[in-house]
Design a binder for this molecule. Structure first.
Ligand code: NAP
Length: 474
């Protein structure tokens, strides 16, 4: 282990514990060990749920929850560079993108604090029906109970924040299982929550074998909601196995974007080149399929390809790096084989294409809709460019996927923009912005195979609470 590597214990039931077993965290870029984390399992997960159930029985008032959330935001600000370095080291994320992620986590906690203070039910106009005359009716928003949270590797800080912060705002204790490849940022956030005054049991973090810890969250009836961000394979199975819980899924996409012939092509090329390859395409809304209306195709290619080729590929710790490594060798090999298949089937590589140590930002034109790079989620630095005869054809092809998280369109026509917003079957549609855009107060989530919920503190807080009706005879 390198001299600078971090060693972290697990936070279970208010105590930082060792288990005698350690999990090594390696840099996806250098392969060096950047940290080691105590490895837990079913036993630690059960103790964590016990502690969460005890915490739930001793509720924290909303002002206290809001104060803690505000303090965490402040602490993230104070340790911003350390958090960014942790994200970059464990995920291989370019440091400038890791800094943005750390700032976004502050924003997520800040918005959650607002939700904590204004969480309320609503008045019911009881005398709207004859039976309700003389009665007062209103709803209370009650915390749903213990929340089990499972997070992915690609935003190891802010996607954890999107679970922990709304849960606290809602008054729900959490048992978190972060991705095994990137547990350091999650444990650092847990340390900050504790420092901000979170009492014991309100948050436990269990790192270890996913199915073992997942089984506890699925089987223990005290866990009322599982919030999961990750792949569809894992997410939908969790939902099947826990039909009586709320299982909230934030899953993948194969993100399409349409460039209409009337678009500002240079602006579109600039936004798309940056957003298709940020964090080597490992964002659930990374631009993957670009449909350019026929008359603009050649001009768009001319504007787009040089911008892609100008991206700096290399060491994520370097301030100048735009594109770093993908998460591991399996991912690199899979993405490489998909690029080769697309080429073999007639796809024309316009940029990148080499499948060496570091995948270069790759642009492929004229790829069949049946190719994996077209119809599956690549989750790597690959974009495909397609000619479309019309915007209508582009919308139809963009919709020709089982996924439905976000999509985008570039156009100067208001009518075209609104038509696309209505007809693109996705949870979100961006206009003259890459569909990779996310700001942390937005309702964010997919339809179809991409999920069944919306995150963003205001929406997550509603998911994590239930309404209780109160009727009073006056
Ligand atoms: P993943 O392999 O599904 O892992 C996600 C989490 O699930 C990890 O913590 C993983 O633990 C855990 N897990 C795996 N098997 C499990 C099981 N049987 N029971 C319980 N938990 C289990 O996904 P990933 O590779 O980390 O992330 C990439 C995927 O996430 C992509 O599809 C991406 O699109 C999606 N994503 C979606 C959003 C969104 O907001 N919609 C955001 C980011 C990412 P281990 O690490 O220990 O295996």
């Amino acid at each position: 282990m390198a001299a600078t590597a971090t060693e972290r214990k697990l936070l279970i039931a208010g105590e930082w514990i060792e288990t005698g077993d350690w999990l090594e965290v390696r840099s996806p870029y250098s392969g060096d060990v950047v940290g080691r984390v105590a490895k837990g399992g079913a036993e630690e997960a059960r103790r964590a749920v016990d502690a969460a159930a005890r915490a739930l029985a001793d509720p924290l008032p909303a002002h206290k929850r809001a104060e803690i959330l505000v303090k965490v935001a402040g602490l993230i600000g104070r340790r911003h560079e350390e958090i960014a370095r942790t994200i970059s080291d464990e995920a291989g994320k370019p440091i400038k993108a890791a800094r943005v992620e750390a700032s976004r986590a502050m924003s997520t906690y800040t918005f959650a604090a607002v939700e904590a203070r204004k969480l309320a039910g609503e008045m019911i106009p009881m005398d709207g029906a004859q039976a309700g005359e003389g009665k007062l009716g209103f709803t209370l928003r009650r915390p749903i109970g213990v929340v089990g949270a499972i997070s992915p590797f690609n935003f190891p800080c802010n996607l954890v924040a999107h679970k922990l912060a709304p849960a606290l705002a809602a008054g729900c204790p959490v048992v978190l299982k972060p991705a095994s490849q990137t547990p350091l940022s999650a444990l650092l956030l847990a340390e900050l929550e504790e420092e901000a005054g979170l009492p014991a049991g309100w948050l436990s973090v269990v790192v270890g074998p996913a199915s073992e810890i997942g089984d506890v969250l699925v089987e223990d009836e005290r866990v009322k909601l599982i919030t999961f961000t990750g792949s569809g394979d894992v997410g939908w199975k969790l939902q099947e196995r826990a039909p009586r819980k709320r299982v909230k899924l934030e899953l993948g996409n194969s993100t399409p974007v349409i460039v209409a012939a009337d678009a500002d092509l240079d602006a579109a090329a600039t936004k798309l080149a940056a957003n298709a390859f940020a964090f080597a395409g490992q964002s659930c809304i990374s631009v993957q399929r670009v449909y350019v209306e026929e008359p603009a195709f050649d001009a768009f290619v001319k504007a787009f390809v040089p911008k892609v080729e100008a991206l700096k590929v290399g060491d994520p710790a370097d301030d100048a790096t735009d594109v770093g490594p993908v998460i591991d060798e399996d991912a690199r090999a899979r993405i490489g084989s998909w690029i080769e298949e697309a080429q073999a089937s007639g796809g024309k590589v316009l940029a990148g294409g080499e499948t060496g140590e570091l995948l270069k930002p790759t642009v492929i034109a004229h790829v069949g809709d049946d190719q994996k790079v077209s119809c599956e989620e690549v989750f790597g630095p690959v974009v495909i460019l397609n000619r479309a005869g019309s915007v209508d054809e582009a919308i139809e092809r963009a919709n020709g996927t089982r996924f439905g998280l976000q999509a985008g369109i570039f156009t100067t026509s208001l009518d075209t923009a609104l038509r696309a917003a209505e007809q693109l079957e996705f949870g979100g549609v961006t206009v003259n912005e890459a569909p990779t855009f996310r700001s942390d107060q937005m309702p964010y989530g997919g339809i179809k195979a991409s999920g069944n919920t919306k995150e963003g503190p205001a929406w997550a807080v509603r998911e994590m609470t239930e309404e209780r009706l109160v009727v009073i005879q006056r």
